[in-house]
Ligand binder design. Structure first.
Ligand code: ADP
Length: 191
């Protein structure tokens, strides 16, 4: 079983690369952001609570994120493993994650961090909003706030996995296929 955390700031390309990785390695994609947007669309209680936070550029609570991961892992069974996109995002979530995965018979094998320059992130997110209509991608001040929260609360999780020898970082500034090739090389080392 191969459990990979795809990591990086908003706009790093985690969603795009996840789609390619799951196809090639027969993994299942679990994105907390996708689940949250689905709940918002369907108007569930979780969706209503989450929308207020997400539209302002804030994170949802750790409890919400952890609940989503629990549910997704209970719903999807894949002996090959999973790509986690957007989780964990806080130290608390990272610490809980191993516990949650062990209940489902696995552990984190690898975190791959996609590193991208900030000016490129902002440009990508503003472009993405034109197609996705995501309210949190529309305004530059909200985008900047999300990137700042990533630096303040999320990027430190790299150290957590580095200390366990489960960390790799790749340059995510270039073309999609070239970045994908780099990711495949990294995965091959752990597979
Ligand atoms: P991006 O990586 O582009 O910011 P995501 O689709 O991963 O987008 O997440 C969208 C939003 O959903 C985040 O800005 C945050 O508000 C919320 N979210 C997603 N995952 C988590 C999480 N694990 N913990 C807290 N909030 C989360």
């Amino acid at each position: 079983m191969l459990n990979i955390i795809l990591f990086g700031p908003p706009g790093a390309g985690k969603g795009t690369q996840s789609k390619k990785i799951i196809e090639k390695f027969n993994l299942t994609h679990i994105s907390t952001g996708d689940v949250l947007r689905k709940n918002i669309e369907e108007g569930t209680l979780l969706g209503i609570e989450a929308k207020k936070l997400i539209d302002d550029g804030n994170y949802v609570t750790d409890e919400m994120a952890i609940e989503i991961i629990h549910n997704e892992l209970s719903m999807h069974h894949n002996p090959n493993g999973f790509i986690f996109d957007g989780f964990p995002r806080t130290t608390f979530q990272a610490e809980k994650f191993s516990q949650i995965l062990s209940i489902h018979g696995g552990d984190v094998n690898l975190m791959i961090s996609i590193e991208v320059e900030e000016s490129l992130l902002i440009e990508r997110l503003i472009n993405r909003s034109k197609e996705s209509g995501r309210p949190d991608d529309r305004q530059e001040d909200i985008i900047k706030k999300r990137i700042e929260i990533y630096h303040n609360r999320t990027s430190c999780i790299k150290e957590f996995y580095k200390s366990q020898g489960k960390f790799e970082s790749i340059n995510g500034n270039g073309e999609i296929d070239i970045i994908f090739d780099k990711i495949c090389l990294v995965i091959a080392k752990y597979n």
